[in-house]
Write a new protein. Structure first.
Length: 387
């Protein structure tokens, strides 16, 4: 509850008139002081009245990709029985105020309004609570209260279709590492029958054509296991435009694209964030996590640093056979730490966004995709001939 300048002036006049009227015996001045005091008291009583409002929010939809449309529908109901609510209401949509008209909202009635949710940036848009401002007819007192809870709309990064997926890796008994197409037991070729071959592997149609027994040759393949490592260190994305690191937004789009491609091909995939202590995302919450992830600044005296810590974890756990590291121009000097993981991850792909020039010399052996944004990364990814 806040008293306005008009209310403070009237209250001061009321005190002055009452003191002057009683001190000097002027009944007229005392009467004016009493009237002013009554007006201030009525304003306080009006401001103290709390309307009974029920606030309901529905986001349609509550999860969208960046740039898609989303609408918030707000319903306010006056559940009181005696008085109409004539208030000024304002909803919060992110950092933007949204006016909500509540003029003459009668008891038992409701009003519904809708407005678009800004989705031009990836992130979590928090909506609410509804802020209600009431004031008396003379403008002496104002009161502002929060009504209802909050809702969230998750804006996922854009997904760029990827046509290619990495090859799986299988280790033979003599220590070699072979790259094979993803799948299970897959047909490879036909060859002539030799003594000892199983008859169920004979391809009878081809055998009838060539006049001799032909046997199907199969390839024992391995499913590729992808590990996507997103670099959210502020030092890796030093360039900010209006407070937003576009290279980091592009890295998030690339991560979402790789995860979506893996899901499309039914491939196991793990999402890790460099400066994040939470467990790796392996379920259906990849996009939600990518919507909520933010840049983090490394504190002074942080020891080995988050990248070295996560690299040590990757070396110990060996979560997959293909590591995809997505970072910005500030991590050029850190690629050597990724090169040290080649023993645990036969395929290491680095997506570097916003870099100018060639990668560092210690990036030898890595597949480096230098891209300006997520769309260019998708084109570079599909152009990789050997993983």
């Amino acid at each position: 509850m806040t008293i306005t300048a008009r209310g403070a002036g009237l209250l001061a006049c009321a005190v002055l008139l009452l003191v002057t009227g009683f001190w000097f015996g002027y009944a007229e001045l005392a009467l004016l002081g009493v009237a002013a005091a009554i007006a201030v008291g009525c304003a306080v009583g009006y401001a103290a009245w709390r309307p009974r409002l029920d606030v309901t929010r529905v986001a349609e939809p509550d999860r969208v990709s960046r740039g898609e449309s989303a609408t918030m529908t707000l319903t306010v109901r006056n559940s009181g029985r005696l008085r109409s609510a004539s208030l000024i209401a304002e909803d919060r949509c992110g950092n933007q105020p949204v006016p909500v008209p509540l003029l003459r909202l009668r008891p038992g009635h409701d009003t519904t309004g809708s407005y678009p949710v800004p989705t031009h940036r990836r992130g979590v848009v928090t909506i609410g609570p509804l802020r209600i401002t009431g004031r008396d007819a003379l403008g002496l007192m104002t009161v502002a209260r929060s009504q209802g809870g909050t809702a969230e709309v998750l804006v996922h990064p854009r997904i760029h279709p990827l046509a290619a997926v990495p090859a799986g890796v299988t280790r033979s008994l003599d220590g070699r590492v072979d790259r094979v197409p993803h799948g299970s037991i897959t047909f490879d070729s036909l060859r002539e029958y030799v003594v000892g071959d199983e008859l169920r592997r004979v391809h009878w149609r081809t055998s009838a054509k060539v006049g001799e027994l032909m046997v199907r040759e199969h390839l024992d393949t391995s499913l590729p296991r992808l590990v996507v490592l997103l670099d959210n260190r502020a030092a890796a994305h030093p360039r900010l435009v209006d407070g937003v690191a576009e290279t980091f937004e592009s890295a998030c789009e690339a991560a979402a694209s790789v995860v979506a491609a893996a899901y499309r091909e039914d491939l196991p995939v793990v999402l890790l964030v460099v400066a994040d202590d939470s467990d790796p995302a392996t379920g259906g919450a990849f996009l939600d996590r990518l919507a909520a992830v933010t840049l983090r600044t490394e504190p002074a005296g942080s020891g080995d640093g988050p990248l070295r810590t996560v690299a040590r974890r990757l070396r110990q756990d060996r979560l997959g056979d293909t590591l995809v590291f997505l970072t910005g121009p500030g991590a050029r000097a850190d690629l050597g730490q990724l090169g040290a993981l080649r023993g645990a991850y036969p395929s290491v792909v680095v997506g570097m966004f916003g870099a100018e020039g060639r990668p560092a010399p210690d990036a030898a052996g890595l597949v480096v995709l230098d891209a300006a944004d997520g769309a260019e990364f998708a084109a570079e990814w599909d152009g990789v001939r050997r993983w």
